[in-house]
Ligand binder design. Structure first.
Ligand code: 2PG
Length: 230
């Protein structure tokens, strides 16, 4: 049976991952470690002779720069890289910018773990004026203001990731194209939940490491089989 492999990768460590801050839609650069992780990932993919026809990432630079490093190292800078806000990290609302340990001190570990890993759990929201400022960012100025969140649950994230997967990415996989997606911890959790048909309890346990490529295998009917770290 022929196996088709999709590569999924969370961006390398960002400067705010290093500082243990909630990041979400804040556009934070890779840390030095993150840059090294992207290079290591590229070396690994090269050693396993991966090459790609299409690449997909978010509009956030920690993912874009990780993608550029990989594609450059594979000597495939020419391939199309589609960037979409649909693959952005989950919008972490008013938690964005706060230190995770400080938030745990204020609200308790159980509440924060529900916020971070629960599926249909609402988060504290940004203000309407912050949303208006975000809507003026050229990255988002083309999208309907109603689509710009005040915060997102993982369910809300999944409601933008999965339609994008179905309309833009999956048809190319079915056309037997080799695809890499570089995205974020929670946009990838939303995709893996969908592909692996995980229930809301199972998704609580899934965490994705920065900078390590994952392989998602599909059978010759393009049905998802399994995933693993490379
Ligand atoms: O801060 C974020 O945007 C995400 C990923 O770094 O955090 P968490 O792991 O809590 O979902």
């Amino acid at each position: 049976m022929k196996i088709y492999k999709l590569i999924l990768m969370r961006h390398g460590e960002s400067k705010w991952n290093k500082l243990n801050k909630f990041t979400g839609w804040k556009d934070i650069d890779l840390s030095e470690t993150g840059i090294s992780e992207a290079k290591e990932c590229a070396k690994l993919l090269k050693s396993k002779e991966f090459n790609f026809n299409y690449a997909y990432t978010s509009v956030l630079k920690r993912s874009i720069h990780t993608m550029w490093t990989i594609i450059k190292h594979l000597n495939q800078s020419w391939i199309p890289i589609k960037k979409s806000w649909h693959l952005n990290e989950r919008h972490y609302g008013s938690l964005q910018g706060l230190n995770k340990d400080d938030v745990i001190k204020e609200y308790g570990n159980e509440q924060v773990q529900k916020w971070r890993r629960g599926f249909d759990v609402a988060l504290p929201q940004i203000t309407l004026s912050e949303k208006k400022t975000l809507a003026l960012d050229p990255k988002y100025s083309h999208i309907n203001i109603d689509d710009i969140p005040l915060s997102e649950s993982l369910k809300n994230t999944s409601e933008r990731v999965i339609p994008f997967w179905k309309t833009h990415i999956y048809p190319n996989l079915k056309a037997k194209k080799n695809i890499i997606i570089v995205a974020h911890g929670n946009s990838l959790r939303a995709l893996i939940k969908h592909l692996s048909n995980m229930n809301d309890a199972d998704i609580m346990k899934l965490d994705i490491a920065t900078g390590i490529p994952m392989v998602y295998e599909f059978n010759n009917y393009f049905e998802p089989i399994k995933y693993y770290y490379l």
